[in-house]
Design a protein around this ligand. Sequence first.
Ligand SMILES: *Cc1c(COP(=O)(O)O)cnc(C)c1O
Ligand code: SF4
Length: 383
Amino acid sequence: MGHKSKVRTGFSEFSKKLYANNKNKILKELNASEKDWNNPKWQLKNRISDVDELSKYANLTNEEYENIKKVSEKYRFAITPYYFSLIDFDNPICPIKLQSIPDIKEFEEFGQLDPMKENQSNPSGKITRRYPNKLIINVTNACPMYCRHCQRRRLIGNIDKHTSKEDIDESIEFIENNQTIREVLVTGGDALLLSNNKLEYIFDNLSDISHVEVIRIGTRTLATLPFRIDDKLASLLRKYKVQVSTQFNHACEITPEAVSAIDTLVDNGIPVRNQMVLLHNVNDDKYCIQKTNEELQKYRVISYYLFHPKDVKSTKHFQVDISKGLEIMKHLEGRTSGMCKPTYVYNSPDGLGKVPLVPMENVEFDENGYKFTTWENKIIKKG
Ligand SMILES: *Cc1c(COP(=O)(O)O)cnc(C)c1O
Ligand code: SF4
């Protein structure tokens, strides 16, 4: 790549043209209007989810067609027309394409379906709990777009299914009975695929529990279905002081539409933080990550985590060496804002939790005391 100015963003002229062309093609094919396009329900109903549909908009070779067909029989795909329109099919490693279109490499032998053993840290309902003071409720297995790198692929299955009211109630009851829980993460899947009514039911019940101090939701709609974010939703989140975690992995996902969704949240006082996943060929480049995080900061999103990819079956082609992640962290230090510098995290297998990773030379110590290395590689000693 060479320089951050070379990284394609959702605001580049190239991206805007690409989006307009793809969008027009789809609207024409589906005989739909601009109003339909901006309607999240229309976007969900018209997800591109089989290879024949896909081949209407992309010139697939026979081999590509057969590969996508084969892979999608095992691991289904679904892409909102919006997200699909950001794909540059002329680029074999288009970050949008790599994240959304099935790849024959998914059959490469590797990893496990549930390396975090999340299924084993389920005390009740749809809860995943690994820490004393915070836990996750999985409220749905559905997402607007199924990321090919998803760590929860095992939950996607063959149908979209929201968690039953019984399971939600059981999860809430568990939280009620466990006074150490101060923070609840409502996620999935994508929490914002629930209707506002269902979300309100959950938020309302959680806020009635006196020891629950913080509610957080996990959603990728800002990148995959930005039209889901509107003033009504923002008022609901504001009412219950809900904080938002999202996932942008590349600057080309930060489009005018995405920024409009960010603005709707942030203008309503809702904090938005990014949890990026380090992915081979998508973003494993120091300039790409710098640029993406700087775009996010420009639009008031703080870079919270950079996740090292987990050893999830079918994601071998996304794996990156830890040394690469550390090199990226070293690069960000001093070269960009602290707000663009996430915590780089390794998720320990078997549910042992997150481990923050920092370049080893940052702090060393021996019998003479500490040795620090600054961002310009100056050595400082402290007795
Ligand atoms: C990541 C995670 C959390 C939230 O952790 P934070 O570091 O507070 O963002 C909570 N529970 C589980 C099981 C997690 O994996
Ligand atoms: S949005 Fe999250 S849960 Fe859904 S497929 Fe992508 S990574 Fe998985």
